[in-house]
Design a protein around this ligand. Structure first.
Ligand SMILES: [Zn+2]
Length: 370
């Protein structure tokens, strides 16, 4: 067993190499929408992952999207991350990777390219990499439509999933809200607003009533939000609107709350006689509930002490990740093991360079305890 100071020293020795890799990875742009860019980024990552795991990568193509899997011979832990970003190709022209003092910035640096670099370093530092599968996906930012079944299949082979998404100021994430998304189509009947408005069934008026009902489904004390987001109605200024559309974003801490909202949205009834409602959509990511993370979080605290890293108390996050998927399968999942920094998906996105080696050491110590 490797003890604290030596893990700390071994991790620290990797710091410069990690910063170099981070620069290369950020400059290799990888928006979810660009297949050529994703393949180029996978080309960069493959040899790094091969070296870190001691195995060859399997490039799993799902509906055209390239995902990278290094499956362990005797899997016990799955280390999970994504290499796609929300930033289009060309973003680095005006905003290249740059280091100022202790801060590194660039598109995707915090979410989650620094996390990937740390995960690869952790695999080099840990003693038991033959028990660790590594999966890097390329469609997390758009909802993991093509990687979901792969993530779930690999998660089912292990006892714990460790997700390298950004931390919250260093804190791990033990719970995430679940998400449901809906489109509600309101159908009425068009009529001339001046000549015979009484013949119309006003879809906009019906829509307004539906928005009120939907917004009231939220429960602040339970932390459940139900937000009507986009709304459109009508065609011209002198026509009673025939149709209207409403988009709804719902989030909740528990599966029971998300189910309550789901049933209510599915059961919406029109208020206006002759108006008609149709609802599409549903639960896209189940909640990651804290019960599935608490034991792992306690182990992570011990690992942090061993690695000489101070870990603030774990937090709950409103945003979803692939940790939601694995946690919902009943597999202990701990998230936020990635970079320390700020402003994901924003131009000021950055990471604190001097935390990277310590975080890699923490992850390595955690893996060795599992
Ligand atoms: Zn992310």
């Amino acid at each position: 067993v490797i003890t604290g100071p030596s893990m700390q020293a071994r991790a620290a020795a990797l710091q410069d190499a990690m910063t170099e890799r981070l620069a290369a990875l950020v400059m290799c742009e990888s928006p979810t929408e660009s297949l050529p860019a994703l393949h180029a980024c996978a080309d960069l990552l493959e040899p790094w992952g091969d070296e870190a795991t001691g195995r060859r990568a399997e490039r799993v193509i799902a509906e055209g999207m390239p995902h990278l899997l290094w499956r362990a011979p005797a899997p016990r832990v799955l280390v999970l991350g994504h290499f796609d970003t929300v930033w289009p190709v060309g973003t680095t022209d005006g905003w290249p990777f740059a280091v100022t003092g202790n801060s590194a910035t660039g598109p995707g640096v915090f979410d989650m390219k620094a996390g990937i670099v740390q995960m690869l370093a952790a695999l080099r530092l840990c003693a038991g990499r033959d028990h660790v599968s590594l999966l890097l996906t390329s469609d997390e930012e758009t909802g993991s439509m093509t990687s979901r079944s792969l993530i779930e299949a690999e998660a089912r082979t292990v006892a714990a999933v460790l997700v390298g998404e950004p931390s919250a100021d260093g804190a791990l994430k033990i719970a995430r809200k679940g998400v449901a998304r809906y489109e509600i189509l309101v159908r009425g009947r068009a009529a001339h607003a001046g000549v015979e408005p009484e013949r119309g069934v006003n879809a906009a008026v019906e829509m307004a009533a539906v928005i009120g009902v939907v917004a009231a489904l939220g429960d602040r004390r339970a932390g459940t939000s139900v937000t009507p987001t986009r709304a459109t109605a009508g065609t011209t200024i002198n026509t009673v609107p025939e149709t209207a559309r409403i988009s709804v974003d719902a989030r909740a801490w528990t599966a029971a709350e998300l189910q309550r909202v789901h049933a209510a949205v599915q059961g919406l009834e029109p208020g206006l006689a002759e108006a008609n409602l149709s609802v599409t959509g549903g639960i896209t990511r189940p909640p990651m509930e804290a019960a599935m993370a608490e034991t792992l979080a306690a182990t992570a605290q011990q690992a942090a002490e061993a690695a000489g890293v101070s870990l603030p108390p774990a937090v709950r996050s409103g945003g979803a990740s692939d940790g939601n998927l694995t946690s919902a399968l009943g597999i202990p999942t701990l998230d936020g093991l990635g970079a320390v920094g700020a402003h994901p998906h924003a131009r000021g996105e950055h990471v604190l360079i001097d935390t990277m080696a310590g975080r890699a050491g923490l992850l390595a110590e955690l893996i060795d305890r599992l």
